[in-house]
Design a protein around this ligand. Structure first.
Ligand SMILES: Cc1cc2nc3c(=O)[nH]c(=O)nc-3n(C[C@H](O)[C@H](O)[C@H](O)COP(=O)(O)OP(=O)(O)OC[C@H]3O[C@@H](n4cnc5c(N)ncnc54)[C@H](O)[C@@H]3O)c2cc1C
Length: 269
């Protein structure tokens, strides 16, 4: 995968278990030298195309979040197949699918990391993934900002470019300022990650702010384009749709605020 020769997917979410990973139902039971996995995973990016997946399953229900383990499952393994392909609001070029596990057997060695501690590893994966989502949000917002700035220079109403109106300038100014702030938060988290430091707080702040700033920026870009922002002749309607995922995937904005609050105040329960 690191050489770019194989495509992977990572599967934590289930139909009944999104923000709360401890509600997972997919099970993995050790039978002799093989694990048998059963369950349904949801919203898996690359689900139809991945050569292999890392799939989270419950190995000890009584231990809640600390009873999850990660399993490597290769495409073509009996009892492992993609299910429904999701029809989405945005990011339609990216595949999102169910994964179905029906008495799927993998060798004992395919349990990745320490058994039952998969959730701890998930948190580390999510910390780094959140920087990726923040960067994605910054990029989409930058695209919307550039399109809106260019359009504001050429679109004329009342005999002058709309960019001459203070109302439009303020939108552009807010976009530019928030995108800069989002980019800097993202770089800070990325630099700390590269140094091998703990990044839970910084990654969540970057993800939360960048994705919400990008929602605002893409919304304002549509507004700058007026009716032309609502049709497909220009790219901003796509940016507006695509960026919505950034406030949902790898932990919603609400979950980021929970993580940030807990990192600052500490767990109260
Ligand atoms: C396009 C796409 C790609 C994805 N790719 C992957 C993938 O590759 N692998 C994977 O495992 N998952 C993937 N996901 C799943 C994604 O991570 C989840 O959708 C997300 O974590 C939210 O879970 P949920 O959809 O079940 O929402 P829910 O958890 O049901 O949340 C519903 C609402 O309740 C709020 N909420 C929940 N709990 C709390 C709380 N304690 N306090 C306050 N508010 C709360 C949420 O913030 C949200 O607003 C993908 C999703 C999408 C849409």
């Amino acid at each position: 995968m690191a050489r770019g020769e194989k495509l992977g997917c990572w599967s934590l979410t289930e139909p009944g278990s999104g923000s709360d990973a401890s509600a997972a139902h997919t099970t993995a039971v050790l039978e002799g030298d093989t694990w048998r996995l059963d369950g349904v995973k949801a919203f898996v990016t690359n689900g139809h195309y991945a050569d292999l997946g890392v799939v989270m399953a419950v190995t000890d229900k009584a231990r809640g979040k600390h009873g999850l383990s990660a399993f490597i499952i290769e495409k073509g393994t009996a009892g492992f197949r993609p299910g429904k392909k999701e029809k989405k609001l945005g990011l339609r070029a990216s595949d999102t699918a169910e994964l179905l596990l029906e008495s799927c057997r993998v060798p004992r060695s395919h349990c990745l990391g320490r058994p039952h501690e998969g959730f701890i590893d998930c948190l580390k994966v999510l910390d780094r993934g959140r920087i990726g989502i923040a960067a994605l949000a910054v990029g989409i917002a930058q695209g919307a900002f550039e399109a809106a700035s260019a359009y504001a220079r050429v679109r004329k109403q009342f005999g002058q470019p709309i960019g001459a109106f203070q109302a439009i300038q303020w939108k552009i100014a807010d976009m530019a300022t928030e995108i800069d702030a989002a980019r800097l938060l993202t770089y800070r988290a990325a630099v700390l990650a590269d140094r091998g430091e703990r990044i839970t707080l910084e990654a969540s702040k970057a993800k939360l702010f960048a994705s919400e700033a990008a929602l605002r920026a893409t919304g304002e870009a549509v507004q700058v384009f007026g009716g032309y922002g609502f049709v497909r002749d220009y790219p901003v309607e796509k940016y507006y749709r695509d960026v919505r995922l950034c406030a949902i995937g790898e932990g919603t904005s609400e979950i980021q605020r929970m993580v940030i609050g807990r990192e600052i105040i500490g767990r109260t329960s």
